[in-house]
Design a protein around this ligand. Structure first.
Ligand code: ADP
Ligand code: ASP
Ligand code: MG
Length: 422
């Protein structure tokens, strides 16, 4: 009866008065058929309230990891274009299942794969960037009372081949579609009920934030908080897409990602994130002369190794210096190979590396106008006897590199020190 009344209500809302909502469901939210049915009910309930609905789905939790394992079983040096064909399949299955589950609730729905729309990308297979989205077909269908379902994480390159958008890339698909459609909001459904001051699975005293700024979320995500993919936050910020992170399993209000002028009281530290797959390389006795940094970081960039923190020590003799920088643990061996090959050209004595490291970052827009933030961080870590190996800062972030074994201790201590405990 209620469903019938709601549908009647929807019929009386004119297309011009309808809101357009993109709902994205992450891996745990569509982990099995029961979850997909539950998500479909959420979509249909918003549809019946008079909204135009686009649904973006991830693969079932764990599926993408299993697909990666399969590719690795075939050979170690895989063709990344085939890797993308395989990896994108998890989302394809779920798009079809979601469309069926919505149809089962009596609403017309259909799915489009990335290449069918198409969602065009560049040719950086495995971590492609979206260049253009054709939403004309989706727009036509949602205005005609259908629900559109799109698999996240996938696109089409100029060479007419399937691409994937990097891990966590379904968030990017959802935000990009919301931006292209000029949607009223983009709801990201996941296994936590919002964005917290720190990963709630590590710091049990973490607090849920009602609002967080794009800038803060971008830093938190870039520094390891995987609740939103960093590139999706960047896109949301650039296109003014209203993003809300919510639980797929409860109806509690989530966290809104907003622009800075929507937050009156700017927190000095809003959140803390970590990434535990860091590695450090030190090149000892590098020549202290112009062009050396370019000689080191140029070949690393050409080899697609992402360098993060960089510290160059003061030269004691005016001739040579030590240069330290970080890469992800996954890239360490590749980086070492690249540098060893160029050893005589760069001119250094020795390469030393260390891989059991974590990066802890504190983030807050209020940092711009407050002093003493770094002091609290260093004092807190010193009190716990945690040694800082590298430090880097931006306008609204301070990151430190520490031994991985102290990650949880550091996160909890800093969380308390900045008054974030609930
Ligand atoms: P999905 O599959 O829905 O995309 P993800 O695993 O990518 O989900 O992201 C959700 C996870 O992000 C949570 O389970 C949580 O452990 C983690 N996380 C890390 N940092 C935070 C944070 N600051 N707030 C909320 N969750 C966080
Ligand atoms: N399934 C992909 C991943 O696990 C994309 C996503 O879930 O966002 O990275
Ligand atoms: Mg995710």
């Amino acid at each position: 009866m209620i469903i019938y009344l709601l549908r009647l209500f929807r019929k009386h809302v004119s297309v011009a008065d309808m809101s357009c909502i993109v709902q994205k469901f992450g891996g745990t939210s569509v982990a099995d058929i029961d979850c997909i049915k539950m998500a479909a009910k959420r979509v249909v309930s918003a549809y019946n309230s008079g909204n135009q609905m686009v649904v973006v789905v991830s693969a079932m939790a764990g599926v993408t990891n299993n697909l990666i394992e399969l590719t690795e079983q075939v050979n170690g040096i895989f063709d990344v274009r085939e890797y993308d064909v395989i990896l994108s399949s998890g989302e394809q299955t779920n798009a079809g299942l979601m469309a069926l589950a919505i149809q089962d609730l009596g609403i017309q729905a259909r799915s489009w794969l990335g290449w069918q729309l198409p969602i065009k990308t560049d040719s950086k297979y495995g971590r492609a960037r979206i260049t253009e989205i054709d939403i004309s077909e989706i727009k036509k269908r949602i205005e005609n009372n259908e629900v559109a379902v799109v698999p996240g994480f996938q696109g089409l390159s100029k060479e007419n081949r399937i691409t994937t958008l990097g891990r966590g890339g379904s968030d990017l698909t959802a935000v990009a579609i919301a931006g292209a459609l000029n949607a009223d909001r983009c709801e990201i459904y996941t296994d936590v009920d919002g964005i917290y001051t720190c990963d709630p699975r590590i710091v049990s005293k973490a607090k849920k934030l009602d609002k967080v700024t794009y800038e803060e979320m971008l830093e938190l995500a870039s520094q390891g908080a995987r609740v939103l993919q960093a590139r999706s936050v960047e896109l949301a910020k650039n296109h003014g897409v209203r993003v809300e992170v919510k639980s797929a399993f409860t109806d509690t209000p989530g966290t809104q990602v907003v622009s800075e002028d929507e937050i009156l009281e700017k927190e000095v530290v809003s959140g803390i994130s970590y990434s535990s797959d860091e590695a450090k390389i030190t090149l000892r006795r590098v020549k202290d002369q112009p062009g050396v940094a370019a000689g080191i970081f140029g070949p690393l960039a050409d080899a697609s190794v992402n360098v993060d923190m960089i510290v160059q020590n003061v030269s004691e003799d005016g001739k040579t210096t030590d240069l330290t920088f970080t890469v992800t643990a996954k890239d360490l061996n590749h980086a070492k190979e690249v540098l060893s090959e160029k050893k005589s050209k760069i001119g250094f004595d020795e390469l030393v590396s260390d891989s059991n490291l974590s990066k802890i970052s504190i983030v807050g827009v209020g940092m711009r106008s407050n002093t003493g933030v770094a002091k609290t961080m260093f004092n807190t870590l010193a009190k716990k006897n945690i040694n800082i190996k590298v430090i880097s800062t931006s306008e609204i972030k301070i990151s430190v590199l520490i031994d991985t074994e102290y990650t949880e201790l550091a996160l909890r201590a800093l969380h308390s020190a900045y008054g974030l405990d609930q």
